[in-house]
Write a new protein. Structure first.
Length: 621
């Protein structure tokens, strides 16, 4: 398989995981890198369509002219090509604020590009109406200095802090209460829609009514590259995420044209993801709860954004092959979503590169591995690594919630031969716990009591604690709903047609049913140590959510915690998933920052974004 075919297959694999399985394996930055690599090889440019939605609580405004997104470039050669195609050019900051279109009597957000939200009531407090014959586009933003003061005040008042200036201004403008708009917000106008005059002439006209962006006019491609390479955004009092290169000829949009996705008379240079090169020293193969073997890159340590990074997941065999990784390769490491280390590029033009050999045997127990491409699995049920993570899962907060039973403690129990199955935890004596390194009388008593306290559990948490492959938290609750209790479930497993009953469980496919049936012995093994209670469902007259799929992100305020909100959605018939896909009906978030990963994906796919308050209104709470 050549590199183009390998990249295409990899993208299709990840697309299916993301959009159809609701179970993405890699981060957005890793996916975008694979997509860029593929598009370069097939000689295509990467342009993204304008996707999004409008909030129904605002009046809808149909844009006189559709708002297209800008195409993105990243390399020096792309900068040179853009200059030579569009020269003379003008370069301006790509503001990271809230895009607005100003009409003679109203102000609108971009929305989905065709229809925006009427935010006149808030925006007019610091933006004057358009006095030009055509719509004006620009960016509203909160200066960084104002942002710091606002967050300091919110901190003193015990309020939730804004994540960034864009989050702050979006929350103020996309709000029904105009009193939330503070002094110090700014607006910069950068375009007269459908204008025939040059960009420079537009700025001259706009400057009579609005602030306009700082602009640079390079005389040649070298000047343009030098300007971009030496641009210091840290000195600005506002946030930007790139620079926009525009043609400065008359009627440029008509001359260069546009697609349904992007204009061709302007393009955005996106600042590169911050990362560093380091050396791939080796690959460690880790065994998970289900026996899946995950390759982990062992790196020469680097300081990345204040963290010392020495490891990064490589996901599976396909990811290694797609990036063409070798031992001793130089690899480019970034923080995916600014948190998780990820390798997105490699350089093999170094000495002594060695092929990464996939293992034939489990690195922990030595059992022969079987392959379900692109994954490897250890099938030994007694594998210590699998026992460790199965026990850790059983004790986790969403399962039996055994406080104090940490991974390190479980490892000590396995080494001492105290547990050979997860449920052996319930046979431990106080003396055995006391014999473990690091345990004194008080800490041993605390753990012993915590284990006994966890013996009483609801049916859904019991099912989830069993760690049956493909049976997650929401599926466990859905299964628990169709039985009156553990006795009903156990009798059906022993004497009834369990498959016909499970077929009634929403979204439970044949593979999940098969996995549940094949692992019923785990249910019986754990059940004899527990007091399993039926789940209590209180709908309280709320609206039925059957058939609707929800994703939750961020903090909650009207519920004790996110688990309480998730439980209510499940009780009302709704389904919860961990990531936004085309199947998602609602993304629940109190965060107005549309740059977060889930918000951006929801906007891209046209998924409805609602606040916690909107959700409460939806169900009549």
């Amino acid at each position: 398989m050549n590199q183009i075919e390998l990249l295409k297959e990899s993208l299709e694999y990840h697309n299916n995981l993301y959009y159809n399985e609701d179970d993405p394996e890699i981060s957005d930055v890793e996916y975008d890198n694979l997509k860029q690599s593929y598009l370069k090889l097939i000689k295509e440019a990467d342009y993204n369509s304008v996707k999004g939605q409008t909030n129904k609580k605002f009046k809808q405004i149909k844009h006189q002219y559709p708002i297209r997104s800008l195409g993105n470039i990243h390399t020096e050669q792309e900068i040179i090509d853009a200059y030579n195609k569009m020269k003379p050019v003008i370069v301006q900051p790509k503001f990271d604020g809230l895009s607005l279109t100003i009409y003679p009597d109203k102000i609108s957000t971009r929305g989905n590009g065709m229809i925006g939200e009427d935010v006149t009531h808030t925006a007019k407090k610091f933006i004057q109406f358009n006095q030009i014959s055509k719509p004006v586009r620009g960016e509203a933003f909160m200066p960084i200095s104002i942002f710091k003061k606002v967050n300091e005040e919110r901190k003193n008042q015990g309020k939730k802090l804004y994540k960034n200036p864009r989050n702050a201004i979006a929350g103020m403008l996309r709000n029904l209460n105009s009193d939330n708009v503070i002094d110090g917000l700014e607006f910069i106008a950068y375009n007269i829609v459908n204008s025939k005059i040059t960009e420079t002439e537009q700025l001259t006209l706009l400057s009579q009514y609005y602030n306009v962006p700082e602009s640079y006019y390079p005389d040649n491609e070298k000047q343009l590259i030098d300007y971009i390479e030496n641009y210091d955004r840290t000195k600005l009092n506002y946030e930007i995420d790139g620079l926009v290169i525009k043609s400065d000829i008359p009627n440029s949009l008509e001359v260069f044209g546009e697609t349904g996705h992007h204009p061709k008379n302007a393009i955005a240079y996106k600042f590169p993801t911050v990362g560093k090169w380091t050396k791939l020293i080796s690959v460690t193969w880790q065994v998970g709860r289900t026996g899946k073997i995950t390759p982990v890159a062992e790196l020469e340590p680097i300081d990345l954004s204040g963290s010392i990074i020495s490891r990064a997941t490589l996901h599976n065999i396909r990811y290694i092959n797609t990036l063409k990784l070798y031992i001793n390769s130089l690899v480019y490491v970034v923080k995916a979503d600014e948190i998780i280390p990820a390798i997105i590029n490699c350089n093999n033009d170094v000495a002594n590169i060695q092929e990464i050999i996939k293992p034939d045997y489990c690195p922990v127990c030595g059992s022969e591995l079987h392959e379900e491409y692109p994954q490897l699995y250890c099938s030994n049920l007694k594998c210590p690594a699998k026992l460790l993570f199965r026990t850790k899962h059983m004790a986790s907060r969403n399962a039996l919630d055994i406080e104090g039973l940490s991974e390190a403690t479980i490892e000590k129990m396995i080494e001492a031969n105290f547990i050979k199955e997860p449920w052996d935890v319930f046979t431990l004596t106080l003396e055995q716990i006391l014999s473990l390194e690091g345990y004194a009388k008080k800490s041993a008593n605390n753990l012993y009591n915590a284990i006994n306290k966890s013996r009483t559990v609801s049916l859904d948490r019991f099912i989830y604690a069993c760690g049956i492959p493909l049976v997650g938290k929401s599926t466990s609750r859905d299964i628990a709903k169709v039985f009156t209790g553990w006795e009903d479930l156990s009798q059906t497993l022993m004497f009834g047609n369990i498959e016909s009953v499970l077929n009634k469980v929403k979204d439970m496919g044949s593979k999940t049913i098969k996995s549940f049936k094949e692992n019923f012995h785990v249910l019986y093994s754990l059940a004899k140590y527990l007091n399993i209670e039926s789940i209590v469902i209180e709908k309280k007259g709320f609206k039925d959510l059957t058939g609707l799929i929800f994703v939750i992100t961020g903090d909650v305020y009207t519920f004790k915690n996110r688990d309480e909100l998730k439980k209510l959605i499940g009780d009302l018939g709704g389904k919860l998933t961990g990531s936004v896909s085309k199947k998602t009906n609602y993304l629940i978030t109190n965060d107005s920052d549309t740059n977060t990963v889930k918000n951006k994906r929801a906007i891209e796919l046209g998924v409805k974004i609602i606040t916690e308050e909107d959700f409460n209104q939806l169900i009549g709470r």
